[in-house]
Design a protein around this ligand. Structure first.
Ligand code: SF4
Length: 431
C-alpha cells in the first residue's frame, strides 16, 4: 500500500501482546482479529473480489535464448545457424560455466560465423541500470532493464560459507499483498526462463571478477552463487513453467549451471494447485510457504490469494510436499507490527503445524521492512522474541531471519522499481 504521507496504525482496536501482556487463553471474541487500521483497504475487482492477476499481460516476448531451450533444441538451433550440433555444448560451457556471452572470448569456436552464432543463441537479456552496495560490499542489489523496458531486481548476499542470490521471476506481481512494495505496482509480465537464469549468470560473473565483498581478501577463487531464493519480484508459482525451466537449468550438471537443488528455495504465497504440481516434479528444491497469518480472517486481507486457497489447504499442500520429497518445508512469516504478531497467533500457528506432525517444518519469522510511505512496519523486538519463543516452546524449530539488504530496499517485499529507478533506466539504452 502506498500513501503520500506515512501513517501509523491506530491503536484503538489493537491489543498489543508480548511478554507479560499476552492472553493466550482469551476467548475468540476477545482476540484482535482484524486491526482497525486507517488507510488499509484491499484493491478489489469489478465483482468486489480481492484483485488478483494470474495471467501475464501481453507484451512483446523477450528474444529466445540458449537458456530457454532444452539441450536437444539447442543442438537444433545451432544447426539452423549453420554450425555442427556439437558446438551447442561448447556454448553451454562458455555461458553456464564461464559466465560469458561475449563471442570474442569463445576462441574455441571458428571465427567465421561465430558472431552470428552467438547473437542467435545468447542475445542480450538484462541491461544493468544500477548497482547498489551495502554491508561493506557483501550485499549488492542490481536493477535490470529487460528488452521491453520492464524493470526487475536481484540481490546478491555473501554470508559465511554461502553466497545467496535473491532472484525475480516476474516484472511486478499480481498477488496484491498490501504490505508489499512489489505487489502495489501490479504485474507487468512474466519473465522468461532465460531472463531468470541470466540473473544467476551475471551474479556469477561478478563474483568471478572479484566484485562481491572486500577485493583485498584472498581465497575466493572458484566461488559462485550457492543458494538461490525466489523471493525477489513476483510470485514464482504464477509463472510456473518458466520458473521450473529455469530451475532445471540451474541444477543441470551436464547442460546447465550444476547447482544443488537443495540450495534453491521456491517460495509461494499459497497457490495450492501449483504446490501440488511442484510436489510431483522430481527436483528436491527447498519449498517455502509465505504464510504471514495462521487464521483466515486476517490472511484473507494480508494475502489476497487466500480468498482462493485457505490456510489449511496451503498447509496441507506444504505437508504433502514434505511427505513426497522428504525436504523440510519453511514457513515464512513477516512480522508486522500490531497486524499479525500477536502471541495468540504464534500459538495458533504452532497448533496448526503440530496438528500435521513433527519434524516436517521450520518457521522463519522476518521483521517486515517498512515500505516507503506505508502504514506497514516491523514488530517491536520484544514482540518478535516472544513470537519466536512461543513457537520454539511448542516444539516448532523457529529462527528469526535477518533482514540483509534493508539499507538498499533489497529485503523481501521491498523490491520495487521506484520513479528514481525509472528515470535512471530511461537514460540507459536497452541492449
Ligand atoms: S509478497 Fe510476494 S506474492 Fe505478495 S505481492 Fe509481494 S511479491 Fe507478490
Amino acid at each position: 500500500m502506498t500513501e503520500s504521507t506515512p501513517a501509523r496504525p491506530t491503536d484503538t482496536a489493537v491489543r498489543r501482546t508480548g511478554p507479560g501482556r499476552s492472553e493466550p487463553g482469551r476467548s475468540e471474541a476477545g482476540r484482535q482479529v482484524r486491526p482497525a487500521t486507517e488507510g488499509w483497504s484491499q484493491k478489489k475487482d469489478a465483482e468486489g473480489r480481492p484483485m488478483l492477476q494470474f495471467a501475464s499481460p501481453k507484451r512483446g516476448k523477450p528474444p529466445v535464448h540458449l537458456a530457454d531451450l532444452t539441450p536437444e533444441q539447442r543442438v537444433e538451433k545451432v544447426k539452423e545457424l549453420g554450425m555442427p550440433g556439437f558446438r551447442a555444448k561448447q556454448i553451454e560451457k562458455h555461458y553456464f560455466r564461464h559466465f560469458t556471452s561475449d563471442a570474442a572470448e569463445m576462441t574455441d569456436l571458428p571465427a567465421a560465423g561465430r558472431d552470428e552464432l552467438i547473437a542467435g543463441l545468447l542475445p542480450p537479456l538484462l541491461t544493468e541500470v544500477r548497482r547498489l552496495e551495502t554491508d561493506r560490499g557483501d550485499t549488492i542489489k542490481f536493477l535490470w532493464k529487460l528488452h521491453d523496458g520492464a524493470l526487475v531486481e536481484s540481490v546478491l548476499m555473501r554470508y559465511t560459507g554461502r553466497i545467496t542470490l535473491c532472484v525475480s521471476s516476474q516484472a511486478g506481481c499480481g498477488m496484491n499483498c498490501p504490505f508489499c512494495a512489489t505487489g502495489q505496482a501490479g504485474l507487468t509480465r512474466n519473465m522468461s526462463a532465460a531472463e531468470i537464469v541470466e540473473q544467476v549468470v551475471r551474479a556469477n560473473r561478478l563474483i568471478a571478477d572479484g566484485g562481491l565483498g572486500d577485493p583485498r581478501k584472498v581465497g575466493h577463487e572458484g566461488e559462485r552463487v550457492t543458494n538461490i531464493v525466489f523471493m525477489g519480484m513476483g510470485e514464482p508459482l504464477a509463472n510456473y513453467a518458466r520458473v521450473m525451466q529455469a530451475v532445471r537449468t540451474m541444477v543441470d550438471k551436464d547442460h546447465g549451471i550444476g547447482m544443488s537443488a537443495r540450495g534453491i528455495t521456491v517460495s509461494t504465497v499459497g497457490l495450492v494447485p501449483a504446490i501440488q504440481k511442484l510436489t510431483k516434479e522430481d527436483i528436491p528444491v527447498t519449498f517455502a510457504l509465505s504464510l504471514h497469518a495462521p487464521d483466515d480472517q486476517l490472511r484473507d486481507e494480508l494475502i489476497p490469494v487466500n480468498s482462493r486457497w485457505k490456510v489449511d489447504e496451503a498447509l496441507d499442500a506444504a505437508r504433502a510436499y514434505f511427505d513426497t520429497t522428504g525436504r523440510r518445508v519453511s514457513i515464512e512469516y513477516a512480522l508486522i507490527k500490531d497486524m499479525n504478531d500477536h502471541a495468540w497467533r504464534a500459538d495458533l500457528l504452532a497448533e496448526k503445524l503440530n496438528a500435521r506432525g513433527k519434524g516436517w517444518v521450520h518457521v522463519n519469522p522476518i521483521p517486515l521492512n517498512p515500505t516507503p510511505g506505508s502504514i506497514w512496519t516491523s514488530s517491536e523486538p520484544d514482540v518478535q522474541n516472544e513470537f519466536v519463543r512461543r513457537l520454539n516452546e511448542a516444539g516448532i524449530p523457529t529462527t528469526l531471519r535477518d533482514t540483509r539488504g534493508k539499507e538498499i530496499d533489497g529485503a523481501c517485499g521491498q523490491l520495487v522499481a521506484t520513479e528514481d529507478d525509472q528515470r535512471a533506466a530511461d537514460t540507459v539504452p536497452t541492449a
